[in-house]
Design a protein around this ligand. Structure first.
Ligand code: UDP
Length: 316
């Protein structure tokens, strides 16, 4: 059977494609390479069960894939720098992309997963965030193209499920890091590692007291596979996927400097608008429905692997 991964050349998508191929699946990777990289899938292109479709998801309504059993819908720029670059396009990608993938799911009967985000909680007033919290999103702000696009996609998924019986799963991904992150996507982990490795200033936005919790990509992929392969059609989610260990951004900066032995110094820059103050997932639901799933990779181990990736792939 075939599996379609939209956004398959991106950071999470490319790690997912590798896992699916290792499981014996035939993988169709749909990507327009806007905020992803052909380098992420270069090693896969000669694989007999890997097929790359270089196409914008907004124009993918005609796509026909034989024996399609599953769709993972990941296509969307996900870092603030990339999703704000062409904000209208970001909304089109989330909303029209979701509609196109859902229509394909209806035609083929495939199970479909929506990669949603902790951003649906906005700047949360409930901590840690549980799935039944509706969030605190500024619908007019600079993050709204992403936040509201993803919220609309969740709504589309639930409505296709209710109206057409589409077999859906919605996951809300919290901050994730690891190999295949883009070095220039402006995210905190990639920024700090690149800055540290090149002895440039480490740029903390605000005073660095805002928190995030960081999940290593392998833990996320484990959960995504479990949700799609091991849960019943009745389970739609949404379900939070993240690592509940919470760190301040200043702690991350200090950890990266220590681990790289860098000579970089920390500088403080203005905090971007609507930057959430705290973020930490409640993963009780995931733990329950995914047979005890819990993130296994410690921050120090995940950072060590990510630093090694940037050293040997980007700065080679
Ligand atoms: N951040 C920072 N310096 C950077 C990049 C990001 O201090 O060079 C901060 C950012 O303001 C936010 C946190 O790190 O508070 C996480 O940012 P990221 O863009 O990685 O993810 P998101 O804000 O979407 O959680």
């Amino acid at each position: 059977m075939a599996v379609l991964v939209s956004g398959g050349a991106g950071f999470i998508g490319s790690n997912l494609c590798v896992r699916l191929l290792n499981m014996g699946e035939t993988v169709f990777c749909l990507d327009n390479l806007f905020s992803s990289s052909i380098d992420n899938i270069r090693n896969l292109q000669d694989h007999p069960r890997f097929h790359f479709i270089n196409l914008d998801i907004e124009h993918a309504s005609h796509l026909q894939i034989p024996n399609l059993s599953m769709i993972f819908n990941l296509a969307c720029p996900a870092s603030p720098v990339h999703y704000q670059y062409d904000s209208v396009k970001t909304i089109r990608t989330s909303v029209l992309g979701a509609i196109n993938m859902l229509d394909i799911a209806v035609q083929s009967g495939a199970r479909i997963l929506q990669a949603s985000t902790s951003e649906v909680y906005g700047d949360p007033l409930v901590h840690p965030q549980v799935e039944n919290y509706w969030g605190n999103v500024n619908p007019l702000g600079e993050r709204s193209c992403y936040d509201e696009g993803k919220r609309c996609a969740e709504s589309l998924f639930m409505n296709y499920h209710r109206q057409f019986g589409t077999k859906i799963k919605i996951i809300r991904i919290f901050n994730t890091y690891g190999p295949n992150m883009l070095e220039n996507d402006g995210r905190v982990v990639s920024n700090f590692i690149m800055q540290a490795l090149t002895n440039k200033d480490i740029t903390i936005y605000g005073d660095g007291s805002q928190t995030r919790s960081f999940q290593y990509v392998d833990d996320l992929i484990d959960a995504m596979i479990k949700i799609m392969y091991n849960t019943s059609d009745d389970f739609t989610g949404p379900v939070n996927l993240g690592n509940p260990e919470e760190y301040t951004i200043k702690e991350i900066a200090e950890k990266v400097i220590e681990m790289t032995g860098s000579k970089s110094k920390i500088v403080y820059l203005p905090l971007p608008n609507d930057d959430p103050t705290r973020r930490k997932p409640d993963i009780t639901l995931a733990n329950k429905v995914l047979n005890g799933w819990f993130p296994q990779v410690k921050l120090a181990d995940g950072l060590a692997k990510t630093i090694e990736y940037f050293k040997s792939n980007i700065l080679k």
